[in-house]
Design a protein around this ligand. Structure first.
Ligand SMILES: C[S@@+](CC[C@H](N)C(=O)[O-])C[C@H]1O[C@@H](n2cnc3c(N)ncnc32)[C@H](O)[C@@H]1O
Length: 243
């Protein structure tokens, strides 16, 4: 009897920043793959790893609830259908399909919708270091902090609508803000919730050996210490661990 072949669908993190932050396991899994998805579907981006094998576009946040796919509804449906067809055809041929992602895919990762959409294919995730890990290393501090019996670290979104911030502000625990769009507006918002002398750190381009940068200050002084426009690739830390 002819045995039906089964493929494997895996999200593989290439780590964060420079490519040498990739784990050996991620590297091996990418090398053994037959077909790739990357966010842009760009052949150049990982060319030393993908070696001319087919690359498709994974896009941003497909198959996720309340997601921002950066497309209108109709385009989103068409793209999702294109991805479904490509993944399932490859899987039925017994191919190894790898979605190359960055950081920790489970931390605000835009490709987690593949896990739910293709649950029946038993997908896997090969973890990689997050911007959070690379930035922690630059700060050289133990980052779990807060008042007695109120310690911890929270990863959250840096926007004024985020209601969690005011609840955490009182605790002195560590809060790490991702995806801040309007830095000035956001710092002014923090100043309305935290004491002005609260310590803050900005870590930009963590994991990029020649570009990574840390600025530490207080909420009151941070804006005067920022001389250039900050990149989107930044994390902002507040909390008494910085003191
Ligand atoms: C969509 S989230 C993805 C996070 C990713 N899953 C991770 O674990 O790092 C993108 C946000 O992560 C942060 N980020 C990503 N790469 C970064 C880097 N190299 N340095 C600092 N922050 C970074 C920024 O806040 C950026 O806006």
């Amino acid at each position: 009897m002819k045995q039906s072949k089964k493929g494997q669908l895996t999200i593989v993190s290439a780590g964060v920043g420079d490519l040498d932050n990739i784990t050996l396991k991620a590297y091996k899994t990418i090398k053994e793959a037959d077909i790739f998805f990357t966010m842009q579907g760009d052949e150049e981006e990982y060319k030393e790893l993908t070696e001319g094998k087919p690359i498709h576009k994974a896009g941003h946040a497909f198959f996720m609830k309340e997601s921002d796919t950066r497309m209108n509804e109709e385009e989103t449906k068409e793209e999702e259908q294109r991805i479904r067809t490509t993944v399932r055809e490859a899987y039925n041929k017994g191919q190894k399909i790898v979605i190359i992602d960055n950081g920790d895919s489970t931390v605000f990762g835009p490709q987690m919708g593949f896990i739910t959409e293709f649950k029946d294919l038993n997908p896997k995730i090969i973890p990689g270091i997050s911007s959070f890990n690379a930035a922690n290393a630059l700060l050289q501090k133990s980052i779990i902090a807060g008042e007695k019996d109120l310690t911890g670290v929270t990863l959250t979104i840096g926007k004024v609508e985020n209601k969690l911030i005011e609840k955490l502000a009182k605790t002195g625990s560590t809060v790490v803000f991702f995806m801040i769009k309007d830095f000035e507006e956001f710092i002014n918002h923090l100043l309305s919730l935290y004491p002005a002398d609260t310590a803050i750190a900005i870590v930009s381009k963590a994991g990029y050996k020649d570009e990574e940068n840390t600025i530490t200050a207080t909420l009151e002084t941070i804006q005067s210490k920022v001389s250039e426009e900050l990149p989107f690739y930044k994390l902002v830390y507040v909390g008494n661990f910085l003191k």
